[in-house]
Design a protein around this ligand. Structure first.
Ligand code: FAD
Length: 375
């Protein structure tokens, strides 16, 4: 079955590629335009966590249900070590995977590479080195973050250390964020994620390195630096001048800790459904994604305020209970969160300026009316 309409997709991140795969499976012709020479170009082979707590359904099952195969490294993590200031390390473990470890970047085995292979094998056309700042007509826009509400810096390395996952909550090394060390099968990632003091990111990473060096015998060869940023914002509509925004281009991100991959893939899937079924994209994402996004915004509001005593409390909760259940509770909408939401929303300001276009005939991919990019 081939539909007449060719769907144009701008950007080839997880959000766009998920949309492309689902649309192609339903017989649409799909053309993707990617600014970089390959997928995953803004990432450097670092490990990331595909969270498994924002839904009852296991994330790998959810991916399969929506038509995304697992042809990339995707290893369940059931346990880890948590550190908070003034507290002995806390071991946590869970019957259900807390997250799945994936690798990001252009190389074989990464999530990005796997999604690209799936898309290409279905007949999706991907045009690399093809930046699109302007497009006339309907399109899906998945161009990633447009500003930094959080910044991550770190290193990847080869190692003889055993597999592990360790997370540190400490404003001295990751202001209002966290630092982590992930090791799997001789490969590792260490990073710090900051929600302020971005200019001092390198200093905070040095402190992270110092912290882990004190706690364990680090063995790291072939170190490579990486860094990146993410944005979060909530708007009522993600459809503008025929463009449907997905992933971080729509501000879809976990506001608490930056776990954006699941939102990216699900929003791509929802965008595809809006083409396939003719349903309104805004209605779909508001129903399926907004409750989780709002819960994450309230969580950030609280996390910003709890300080080191709160980090100790949270760490003890994870250690005492089942961390998967604690996380699920954190992200579940509730009356308490509903009451706090207006305060959290009023207090949150994304660093991404609203670049919305007010012209009905605008063709720009990311509206910059009045500037060069807007014709
Ligand atoms: C260091 C770091 C660590 C992270 N860790 C985690 C984690 O552990 N767990 C998690 O869930 N999330 C994590 N995230 C967030 C996650 O990576 C993102 O939320 C996710 O990649 C967003 O996907 P996306 O498809 O929206 O955008 P992206 O992955 O950013 O893809 C956008 C694509 O669009 C292309 N593009 C941009 N502009 C144009 C244009 N005008 N024309 C054509 N192409 C264009 C870009 O080149 C890019 O390939 C992390 C992010 C960073 C930076």
């Amino acid at each position: 079955m081939t539909h007449k309409e060719t769907v144009h997709i701008i950007g080839a991140g997880p959000a766009s590629l998920a949309a492309a795969i689902v649309l192609r499976r339903h017989g649409f012709a799909v053309k993707v335009f990617e600014a970089a020479p390959d997928v995953g170009h803004r990432l450097s082979g670092d490990f990331q966590g595909l969270e498994n707590w924002s839904s009852e359904t296991d994330v790998t099952e959810q991916l399969r249900d929506i038509g995304i195969g697992i042809n990339f490294l995707c290893m369940p993590y059931h346990e880890g070590t948590l550190y908070a200031p003034g507290l002995d390390p806390v071991e946590v473990s869970s019957d259900r995977p807390i997250f799945y470890l994936v690798r990001r970047g252009s190389m074989p085995g990464t999530l990005d590479w796997g999604l690209k292979e799936q898309a290409l094998s279905l007949g999706v056309e991907i045009s690399f080195n093809h930046r699109l700042d302007s497009f006339k007509g309907r399109a899906i826009v998945g161009t990633g973050p447009k500003g930094a509400d959080a910044v991550a810096v770190g290193i990847t390395f080869n190692t003889e250390m055993k597999d592990m996952a360790a997370v540190v909550l400490d404003d001295g090394i990751a202001p209002k964020g966290y630092a982590y060390l992930l090791i799997k099968q001789g490969y590792g990632t260490m990073a710090t994620v900051l929600y302020r003091n971005f200019k001092k990111a390198d200093d905070y990473f040095e402190k992270t390195l110092g912290f882990f060096s004190e706690k364990m015998d680090l063995h790291m060869e072939n170190r490579r630096k990486f860094g990146g940023y993410g944005n979060f914002f909530l708007r009522d509509s993600q459809v503008r001048n025929g463009k449907i925004y997905v992933g971080e281009a729509a501000g879809f991100q976990d506001c608490l800790w930056g776990f954006g991959m699941r939102y990216a893939i699900l929003s791509g899937y929802i965008a595809a459904r809006s083409f396939i079924e003719g349903d309104d994209y805004d209605t779909l994402w508001q129903r399926e994604l907004r409750p989780g996004l709002e819960a994450s915004l309230v969580n950030r509001f609280l996390f910003e305020r709890i300080g080191h005593a709160g980090y100790r409390y949270l760490t003890r909760c994870f250690g005492r209970g089942n961390p998967s259940r604690v996380l699920k509770r954190l992200y579940r909408p509730s009356l308490f969160k509903n009451l706090l939401l207006p305060i959290a929303s009023a207090g949150y300001e994304s660093r991404v300026r609203d670049l919305s276009c007010s012209r009905n005939d605008c063709t720009c991919v990311w509206c910059r009316c009045g500037t060069r990019a807007c014709p």
